[in-house]
Design a protein around this ligand. Structure first.
Ligand SMILES: [Zn+2]
Length: 301
């Protein structure tokens, strides 16, 4: 493991062990799909606003994950990169409120999430790379000011955007930085990035943990994780959905239940994933099954 932890503020010795690849870490499961189930979100309303308008509902989701065994919970900031100015939410207040909601659930660690902007970088789209860097730097500063322990750049499909976010977080904060990309069932991201290319690039940027999240379930994630593991110079993160999303009556549904989810995560742990959790469609029950699997330790060969 070549992870460089100098100049980083690492929350405690256990997190240092995790970042050195010497201990596993259980992250949380989905936030967005859990908040949708509360019925508190108006159609089209950004979930990030709930940290201010209904903080107890957000904390309740975090608490359910902590009780399920999650050591790290992810603050409700994922959509901040794509927030429209007319949403009336400032980056600083979104991060402060979201980190406070997460901290109130008393997890071991709180991560702040940096998600995609929803725009394409030039020359494929209209987003200037310097503007992207500025946007991610403002979020990273807000995350550190809010007291987050880790910055998680996630669900990225474009290496250029992932790099802008990762480098901004590395440059403007002293926090450990995790980065995960989102690969489709065909084995590439929407922008055509392979797991091998991603592993080499992410290692080159000097991030502290890296891997994949969202898009696919644990069965489809297993070969992707196996492809990334040998090429990464840092711990491997795997946070799949509760299966491939399926549309049913206009609703997105996920079919993989908690026990099947954990069973399909076992080969991913054997492939070397050290930081695991769930993404869309996963629930505290999925996380409880996964946490039990991690606690049981490596299976005898
Ligand atoms: Zn997801």
């Amino acid at each position: 493991m070549s992870t460089d932890l100098s100049h980083r503020t690492v929350a405690d010795e256990h997190l240092a062990l995790v970042l050195e690849g010497r201990a596993p870490l259980v992250e949380d499961g989905a936030m967005g799909t859990m908040l949708q189930r509360t019925g508190l979100l108006a159609p089209g309303e950004p979930p990030e606003g709930l940290s201010l308008s209904a903080p107890e509902a957000v904390t309740a989701v975090h608490r359910a994950y902590v009780e399920a065994g999650a050591q790290l919970v992810t603050a409700n900031t994922f959509g901040a990169s794509a927030l429209k100015p007319d949403a009336g939410l400032s980056v600083d207040e979104v991060f402060a409120a979201a980190v406070a909601c997460a901290r109130a659930a008393e997890p071991r660690y709180v991560a702040a999430s940096l998600g995609p902007t929803g725009r394409l970088l030039e020359p494929w789209g209209d987003l200037d790379p310097d503007d992207a860097s500025g946007l991610f730097a403002a979020q990273a500063r807000a995350a550190e000011a809010a007291g987050a322990d880790v910055i998680v750049v996630e669900t990225m499909t474009d290496l250029g955007e992932a790099e802008a976010a990762a480098r901004a977080a590395l440059d403007v904060t002293d926090l450990p930085v995790f980065v995960t990309l989102s690969f489709g069932a065909g084995g590439r991201t929407m922008m055509g990035v392979t797991p091998e290319d991603a592993a080499r690039a992410l290692t080159g940027w000097g991030v502290h943990a890296a891997g994949l999240n969202c898009s696919v379930g644990p069965r489809e994630a297993a070969p992707l994780a196996a492809a990334m593991a040998p090429l990464l110079g840092c711990p491997l993160i795997v946070k799949p959905n509760a299966g491939l999303p399926r549309l049913e009556g206009g609703q997105t549904v996920y079919d993989v239940g908690p026990e099947d989810f954990a069973a399909a995560m076992a080969p991913i742990l054997e492939a070397g994933a050290a930081i695991v959790g769930g993404c869309c469609g996963t629930t505290p029950a999925h996380l409880a099954a996964l946490a039990a699997l991690v606690a049981a330790g490596p299976r005898p060969a």
